[in-house]
Ligand binder design. Structure first.
Ligand code: SAH
Length: 247
């Protein structure tokens, strides 16, 4: 009976995958619609991700109860195809942009990832089942505290949240296989490039806050060379600087 062990292994794998990508019961219809909309954007905006979106990223998007990350917790607003205000003048990005940035970061299960701009904690939650460890920094103390509490309540055990200015990165949590910056600045902070491993990727909106920015993918080769490409135009809230730091 040769087939048996193979079937057993396959079932065991499915059980693990199910646990990591659990599907919340609430807002199921809205979440399905969000997934359809993301697929439509992938098709209609092929520049961003080359017309591709991996099954893992889609499964992660499907697994996160997005309504819990927006004020009010309504299904309609939670899964709408638009950014949502989360207080303190900040927003959680449109679902397609979160999915596209996750896809562009090319994450893998063994990866350690840094996010700058925790906000609601949603992008960190989407990364969580796809990687080994997520380190995320938020400059607004109340948002950092709120996100850390929610992520703990929802059982995201591999996310580390820190309050502070993310410009200098988080060397003790790294080095990083990928960095995602979710706030706009005119340049990529050099410390974030330093903390990127060889072969790593950084995804960030580069440009003036208040206007459209260039969604940029920076890659560090195995030998340390840096290359950059622009994949599309986006609009993000400003990357602000801590009082103790040089602008
Ligand atoms: N990724 C978030 C949304 C980000 S909005 C989510 O999924 O909900 C951008 C966030 O970046 C805001 O919360 C803003 O306060 C934060 N931010 C801006 N400048 C920052 C900095 N220098 N360091 C860390 N966070 C910063």
């Amino acid at each position: 009976m040769r087939a048996r062990p193979i079937a057993f292994v396959a079932l065991a794998f499915l059980a693990v995958a199910d646990a990591a990508f659990a599907q919340p019961a609430e807002c199921a219809r809205e979440r399905d619609e969000m997934l359809d909309t993301i697929r439509a954007h992938v098709w209609s905006s092929p520049d961003f991700t080359g017309g591709k979106m991996s099954d893992g990223v889609l499964a992660a998007m499907r697994s996160v109860p997005r309504q819990r990350f927006v004020p009010g917790g309504a299904c309609a607003e939670g899964y709408a195809d638009s950014p949502v205000r989360i207080g303190h003048g900040q927003t959680v990005s449109q679902p397609f942009v979160v999915a596209a940035m996750t896809e562009l970061a090319a994450v893998a299960p063994a990866h350690t990832v840094l996010e700058i701009g925790t906000g609601s904690g949603y992008q960190a939650a989407v990364l969580s089942p796809l990687v080994s460890k997520v380190c995320t920094i938020e400059i607004v103390g109340e948002l950092a505290t709120g996100a850390a509490l929610l992520l703990r309540e929802l059982g995201y055990g591999n996310i580390h949240v820190r309050a502070g200015d993310g410009y200098r990165g988080w060397p003790e949590c790294g080095p990083f296989d990928a960095v995602i910056v979710t706030a706009a600045l005119g340049h990529v902070p050099p410390p974030l490039i330093e903390q990127l491993k060889p072969g790593g990727r950084l995804v960030m909106p580069v440009g003036e806050p208040g206007r459209t920015q260039r969604l940029t993918v920076l890659e560090k080769s195995a030998t340390g060379e840096i290359s950059e490409r622009i994949v599309g135009l986006v609009r993000f809230v400003p990357f602000t600087r801590g009082r103790d730091q040089v602008p």
